[in-house]
Design a binder for this molecule. Sequence first.
Ligand code: SF4
Ligand code: SF4
Ligand code: FES
Length: 537
Amino acid sequence: MSTFTLNGKEVPFEAGETIMQAAWRAGIEIPHYCWHPGLSIAANCRMCLVHIESGRQMAMPIVKWDEKKKAYVPDTKPKLTPACQQTAAEGMVISSESAEVKQAQSAVQELLLLNHPVDCPICDQAGECKLQDYYYEHQSTAKRKLTEPVHKPKGVRFGPTIVYDAERCIMCTRCIRVCDELAGDPVLDMRERGNRNEITVAQGRELDHRYTLMTEHVCPVGALTSKDFRFKARVWFLKSQEGVCSGCATGCNTHVDFDPRYGKVYRLRPRDNMDVNKFWMCDDGMMTYRRQSEDRVLAATIGRGEARVPAFGDEPVARAAQQLGAVTSNKIGVVLSAQHSNEDNYALAQLAKKLGTTKLYLAGLDAEREGWVADAILRSADPNPNTAGARLAAGGALDETTEDLLQDILGGEVEAVIALGAASLENLAELEALTKLDAVVSLTSHVGALPATASVVLPVASVFETHGTFVNAKGMSQAFRRAVTAQAGIEPGWKTVADLARAMGHDLALGGLQDIRSKLAKTAAESVAASGAEARA
Ligand code: SF4
Ligand code: SF4
Ligand code: FES
């Protein structure tokens, strides 16, 4: 591989790569604002200027203050080059730390801050603002302009999700490029020039496509803020955990930002994964964090309708086991969930095996009923994160749906039900047949049509409260980690299934998570071998 030297270090690069790209891949940061690895090159901020020391040096005429003469005198300095735009070449010797470069970085910072309101204490971006970071790193001098700064529009509503503050904007155009290049909707543009320019929304339009939150995410300063997150939390109080979006079968990788003091999730941000979501997420996916606190089931209940009462300790699991025990076990219908992890589904499939029932069904959200729209960018046609994983956990094909379950109940083949998850294709009226059964046990983190029909509801941990894996539409198995702790007494689904199995006289011998995962891998290999299909990584 070809290399160049950056600040004395060898940096490998591939043909056609820029200096910035190669340095970024090597984990070296050249200060930048407008460059983003997933967007086209604008080269308008000039923060990434570097000195290419090798080859012919171009000198730039300048004037310099001469202390003795007390006047500006003509001089020259090396012409610096934007690293984001310059293609790397074999043997280049580059500095991003020379005196000239440092001076250029400081000058760019000073220019950007001339009219900036410097309202950092109330700015939502404080703590993760490139202007703040680079100011301390590359300028740290007091403002020389003492006159009133240029004032521009503040708190401008760009659309249902985004607010714009033109005074903080550094005109890097990242937001424009996200709309043009990612969302394919050129709804943002720039108007005016110099210190009067600002970002605008196309006439008669709003910023309202399905990737608007990405415009806020790529904004390096506090000019764009998300209506949902602004003024909710200070980022230095937040911790982050690795997650996988549960919004659809694409399985975009996420950072789950939460406040450990309150055990509260505040936002999701995309986590780079070139094979899945590159640098992006869709708006609906970013908002799935709300499911952590909305419509939760936090206590076990026994009974239906008005007779439904909370239950505590071992009682709800014992009652569930007792109700299920009154039915011939091969007449128990077991509903896996395309919304739950492989581990939860695997445990339930094992319980079905122990019970000797082959009546397995799969419940999940329906795209049409949810008004879910897929696209050719990220959004998968399936609004469930783990349809493939649930099928795998069941040992292969799992084509029966909750509609089939209803038929089997009406036909008398199913006399009791154990169901994982809240999601189902039907609404409560359509699931009425379940309410006629004496034993419907629902293991769920959220309210929904399935739990509403249950004779016993057992709460389980949400995706933010447990470790787990999803298999996405491409067949890739992706792990997510627990961000917040579940309320006392609430366990991951697979543990609750194991408790239920124990109360019914069966030992699932699940061990821990690692044990389940190795058993799952074996099940997957067996079902692939049985179907003769080709395995995917
Ligand atoms: S709003 Fe943010 S992303 Fe858009 S041009 Fe201004 S600083 Fe850049
Ligand atoms: S495309 Fe799907 S997985 Fe990705 S962020 Fe959107 S909803 Fe989540
Ligand atoms: S990052 Fe190169 S000019 Fe902006």
